[in-house]
Design a protein around this ligand. Sequence first.
Ligand code: HEC
Length: 106
Amino acid sequence: MKKHLVFLALVGVVGSASAADIVGNAKAAENKVSMCIGCHGIPGYKASYPEVYQVPMLGGQSAAYIESALRAYQKGERKHPSMMGVAASLSDQDIADLAAYYSQQK
Ligand code: HEC
C-alpha cells in the first residue's frame, strides 16, 4: 500500500513537469515579427501603407487580447483572409511569443 502511494506521487511529479505551460518570450518573437511587419508596420507604428491598408496597431495592446485575436483567426471565428492565413501558420508558442512582444511595445 505504501509503495503504491509513492508510485502515484512520482507519477504526479513527472506528469506535471511534462505539461509545461507555454510562456510567451518577447525575445524569441524578434525573428518572428518579420512576417507581421509588412502589414502591421514597424512595431508600435500604425501601418506601413496607411493609404492602402487599415491595419490595427498591435504595439501596446494586452498580450491576452493579441493572443485571443490570433486564436480567433485560427479557428475562423474572426474572419480576415490575410490574418487567417498568417494565424494558421503560427504555433501556440509563436502566438505566446508574439503576444508578449507586442504587449511590451509602446
Ligand atoms: C497581409 C497583411 C497582414 C499580415 C502579414 C499580418 N497582419 Fe495582422 N492584421 C491585418 C489586418 C488587415 C488586420 C485587421 C483585420 C480585421 O479587421 O479583422 C489584422 C489584425 C490583426 C490583429 C487583431 C488586432 C485588433 O486590434 O483586433 C492581430 C492581433 C494581428 N493582426 C496580429 C498579427 C501578427 C502577430 C502577425 C504576424 C505573425 C500579423 N498580424 C500579420 C493584416 C496583416
